[in-house]
Each structure stands twice: as structure tokens, then as C-alpha cells.
Design a protein around this ligand. Structure first.
Ligand SMILES: N[C@@H](CCC(=O)N[C@@H](CS)C(=O)NCC(=O)O)C(=O)O
Length: 221
């Protein structure tokens, strides 16, 4: 059985879960408290990060590398476009969310509100929380700008860029940190992606000590 070592509120783990589910690859999920790394965990991934995917005898780390591997080995349904220009745009947006959005928003909001508590590293830093809450507005506006011209974030087909964005936003939605009233366009996009069967597992996540809001799993939020 394939196995994904993950943490439920890790956006990088969620991106891989969405990719696996969309391609109908079954995996057993194993929760990894990566901030308390065991020797076995570090043997699986010397970088000490989740996600890590075990497929057959192969152990794979880094969500970007894993998703591209899955795309190359299990091409259906496709999550990358056919031509180079369109693939460039998907990769640009994955980097946007996994680098810029993560640094400016996810890490500031989720990092302070959730991970400080689970890692036992003190109280949330309100300067970081305020900065994250300010930055997410610009990101939602940028998404609205893209979605005004395209059906999906990187073009007219669903792609890994949508999964990267949805992975971050779903983690933040779990702690009620997304203002869905800011843009109908972004809300419609999220409703569309949220209703995919691949999203079911993520909507069923439960992190002890953090109860998601009622709209979190509601497809008609
Ligand atoms: N580039 C990596 C980033 C993974 C990552 O940063 N994961 C976080 C959890 S969301 C982690 O394991 N952090 C532990 C650390 O940085 O030591 C990927 O895409 O998989």
C-alpha cells in the first residue's frame, strides 16, 4: 500500500493529497509531527519536512517534485497543460502560492494561530497575524484578477496551480481566516474545486484542539 506521511494542516501535504486523489491513487495517510522528528522520519526525508510519499519501494519528498513525478507516471487525468507556455504559467503560480503566499500569509496566520500551540512555542505574535491578515486581501484580489480572465487559475483547465492555491486556502479556511465575501469570483472558484471528489478527504480532516467552522466542509458555504 502506498503511504503518505503528512500533517493535516500542511498545505504542501494537502497539495499532494489532492493530486493523488484526483488521479485516484490510493494511499494510507500517516500523520507526522515533523517538529518532533524521529530518526525514522529523518531517514525517510533528511530535510525533515512533510510530505513524504512512499510508493512501492520508492521514498519521495518535496511536494513539487512528487506532484511532477505523479503527473509524469500517471498522466490521467492531466494536471499539467500540453504546451510549454501553459506549463510555465502553472509552474509560476505554484511558486507564487508555495513560496510567496506561504511566506506572507500561511506561515503568518497558521504558523501563529495553530503551530505555536501544537509545537508549544508560546502565544501568537499579533504583528505576524496582522501582517498575514493584511496580505491575504491582496492575494485574493490577485486571484480574482486572474479568474476574471480564465476558468481556472492558470488557464482554462484545472491544474496543479489550482491545487496549490486550494491547499493553502483550505488550511486557512479551517481556522476561519479567509474572507469569502471579498470576491465572488474567488468564492465560485473555491466552491467548484471544493466540490470535487478529490477534496473530500481534506474536508473531513480534524485536528484535535482546533474545531473547523461549520462552513469549512459545507459545499454550499
Ligand atoms: N518545499 C517543501 C516544503 C515542505 C514544508 O516546508 N513542509 C513543512 C510543513 S507545512 C515542514 O515540514 N516544515 C518543517 C521544517 O521546515 O523543518 C515541499 O514542497 O514539500
Amino acid at each position: 500500500m502506498n503511504r503518505l506521511y503528512h500533517y493535516p494542516l500542511s498545505p504542501f501535504s494537502r497539495k499532494v493529497r489532492l493530486c493523488l486523489a484526483e488521479k485516484r491513487i490510493e494511499v494510507e495517510l500517516v500523520e507526522e509531527r515533523y517538529w518532533e522528528p524521529t530518526p525514522e522520519f529523518l531517514r525517510r526525508n533528511p530535510a525533515g519536512k512533510v510530505p513524504v510519499l512512499r510508493m512501492g519501494s520508492r521514498m519521495m519528498a518535496d511536494s513539487g517534485a512528487i506532484c511532477e513525478y505523479l503527473e509524469e507516471t500517471i498522466p490521467e487525468p492531466p494536471l499539467m497543460p500540453r504546451n510549454a507556455e501553459d506549463r510555465y504559467e502553472v509552474r509560476r503560480l505554484i511558486a507564487w502560492f508555495d513560496d510567496k503566499f506561504y511566506r506572507e500569509v500561511t506561515n503568518k496566520l497558521l504558523g501563529e494561530r495553530v503551530f505555536r500551540k501544537v509545537m508549544n512555542t508560546g502565544y501568537p505574535d499579533s504583528t505576524n497575524v496582522k501582517a498575514g491578515a493584511r496580505a491575504i486581501k491582496d492575494h485574493l484580489d490577485y486571484m480574482a484578477h486572474l479568474l476574471d480572465q480564465r476558468r481556472w487559475l492558470a488557464g482554462d483547465s484545472l491544474s496543479l496551480a489550482d491545487f496549490a492555491a486550494a491547499a493553502h486556502l483550505s488550511c486557512l479556511d479551517y481556522i476561519s481566516d479567509v474572507d469569502w465575501n471579498r470576491s465572488d469570483t474567488v468564492k465560485d472558484w473555491y466552491a467548484k474545486i471544493k466540490s470535487r471528489p478529490a477534496f473530500r478527504g481534506i474536508l473531513a480532516d480534524n485536528v484535535p484542539g482546533f474545531l473547523p467552522p461549520s462552513h469549512y466542509a459545507d459545499l454550499d458555504f
